[in-house]
Ligand binder design. Structure first.
Ligand code: PEP
Length: 254
């Protein structure tokens, strides 16, 4: 049997505490507990604990959008793994393209974060993806390989139940331009192959999400792409109607 698909919403710098609690409450009311998809909310730091607290017993996951690899210290503006754990967080997005390209996060930093997060028991949601320039110059496969090998460097094994990869072409994030089914299938096949060459069967079983302008209209065709185990969603995860529709579409495909 296939693993349950994953639908993760990356809210980026959107929603106050009150807006976040009300949004998750509304989704809880609309989506039955038995829905056949793992839904993960990734709100801003301020809303993490209030959302965990307001949800009580719930089938949803809660993820942070970033973390620092050090346990504590003079790192103004940063947040530690223990702080996230004490807020009830289960997942951490690592290496999102906005962290890489807007904030200059390097593969080296990402690698440190991945090691620290895996050791802590939180689940990394590791983002990779090529720029438009990479794609146009035929470098997509090589870029994905380098991001995976550098990001996961030094790991001798991996638990596929405790690790998620998101393939997010940078040119498709927040642009309204989605990768074609063919482009997604090729990239997911490459990523699976690279993970399998690093971690054998465990690598091949790591869930691989697609992200990049997924919305209520294209979710049905994209979830059918070979090798897609769910979605990481930005813009369309901010609206009740579109996010519910996507969750239901993905669950129906399971
Ligand atoms: C994202 O931020 O990870 C993302 C995929 O954004 P969007 O869905 O808005 O393209």
């Amino acid at each position: 049997m296939k693993n349950m698909p994953i639908v993760a919403g990356n809210w980026k710098m959107h929603k106050t505490i009150e807006e976040g609690i009300s949004f998750v409450g509304e989704i809880q009311n609309r989506i039955l507990d038995t829905v056949e998809a793992k839904v993960i909310f990734c709100p801003p730091f301020t809303a993490l604990y209030p959302i965990v607290d307001a949800m009580g017993q719930h089938p949803f996951g809660v993820g942070a959008q970033n973390v620092h690899h050090e346990s504590h210290g003079a790192f103004t503006g940063e947040i530690s793994i223990d702080m996230l754990k004490s807020a009830g967080v289960d997942y951490v997005i690592i290496g999102h393209s906005e962290r890489r390209h807007v904030f200059g996060e390097t593969d080296g930093w990402i690698n440190k974060k991945i090691h620290a997060v895996i050791e802590s028991g939180l689940i990394p949601l590791f983002c990779i993806g090529e720029t438009l320039e990479d794609r146009q110059s035929g470098q997509t496969s090589a870029v994905l390989k380098a991001q995976i090998e550098l990001g996961l460097s030094g790991l001798s094994e991996i638990n596929p139940d405790q690790f998620i990869v998101a393939y997010e072409p940078v040119w498709a994030i927040g642009t309204g331009e989605t990768a074609s089914v063919e482009q997604i299938e090729t990239a997911h096949k490459d990523v699976k192959g690279i993970l399998a060459s690093l971690f054998e069967a465990n690598g091949a079983h790591i869930p691989i999400l697609y992200g990049g302008s997924v919305n209520a209209d294209n979710a049905k065709s994209l979830i059918q792409a070979e090798g897609v185990d769910g979605f990481l969603i930005g813009g369309a995860s901010l609206k009740i109607e579109s996010f519910c529709h996507i969750i239901e579409t993905v669950a129906a495909h399971y």
